[in-house]
Design a protein around this ligand. Structure first.
Ligand SMILES: [Zn+2]
Length: 269
């Protein structure tokens, strides 16, 4: 059995030389408390998976060979299916700890299935909620003269949001989907709000669970249509058009932002 044990944002892993593994065994890799809820996850290639979180590090410390690593960082050391399952575990734990009481009548909630709860008083049911957010790669076509010579190469719009964890890093326009809007409307609204640009040729690219704490990123590609770039000062501090040979620091490999950018870099024309 795999154990996805958390302490805060960190995952407890077993260190073997330079490698890291998700702890396996019949019992949890750390002591648990009587109030610790063990979450039941789907099997991974036939191996049962469980998850739990500790409110504080074990008083006696972690057992020999165990260490902690931020969930995001664990992307770099775990096989993708295990990292994805760790993300699912983190989302379930977050949901569990935020739905102890009924939002309708305030009575305690009790587990109905592995991924649902029912109010002990009014019967209201809740499931884990996923917050969708869009992210979009916007390209500006190359400018050529009458003879077909490139005057300006194709460029990508990159922005630095004030809430980025890295001061020098640039990413793509992104934002949460609001109630009552389609994903396409959300992309157009976010692009307009953040950059004052109009886009065209909006296409779906792919998606990625984003368990920080419980989102999904839905990636799109689009082309610049019209407008002058004016950044929304509240959310973005810097941004601009960059060609392939003059890129600033871009996001980590783990993100769909990076996949969108790499996809463009791979199609150099
Ligand atoms: Zn209730």
């Amino acid at each position: 059995m795999y154990w996805f044990a958390f302490f805060g944002n960190s995952l407890i892993l077993r260190r073997k030389g330079d490698a890291y593994e998700v702890p396996q065994g019949d019992v949890p890799p750390t002591p648990t408390q009587e109030w610790t809820t063990i979450q039941v996850l789907p099997d991974l290639e036939g191996v049962p998976c469980r998850a739990y979180t500790l409110l504080a590090p074990p008083r006696e410390g972690l057992a020999e060979g165990l260490t902690t690593m931020e969930l995001r960082t664990s992307y770099n050391v775990l096989p993708h299916p295990l990292h994805n399952m760790a993300g699912k575990a983190a989302e379930l734990i977050y949901w569990d700890s935020n739905t102890r009481y009924c939002g309708h009548c305030g009575a305690p909630m009790e587990r109905s299935t592995d991924i649902s709860k029912r109010c002990t008083n009014c019967g209201k049911e809740v499931w884990p909620q996923v917050a969708p957010a869009i992210i979009v790669r916007i390209l500006k076509k190359a400018v050529t003269d009458a003879d077909g010579n490139t005057i300006e190469p194709e460029k990508i719009l990159l922005v630095h949001a004030r809430n980025f964890r890295h001061a020098d890093r640039y990413g793509l326009v992104a934002g949460f989907v609001e109630t009552g809007e389609t994903l396409e409307q959300c992309v157009e609204r976010e692009v307009m709000e953040e950059t004052h640009l109009r886009i065209t040729n909006l296409r779906y690219f792919g998606s990625q669970p984003w368990p920080y704490p419980s989102g999904i990123m839905i990636g799109f590609t689009a082309d610049y249509d019209s407008g002058e770039l004016h950044l929304q000062d509240e959310e973005l501090s810097r941004g601009g058009w960059f060609d392939r040979d003059h890129l600033p620091q871009i996001p980590d490999k783990m993100s769909i932002a990076r996949r969108l950018i790499d996809d463009w870099l791979d199609t150099r024309k």
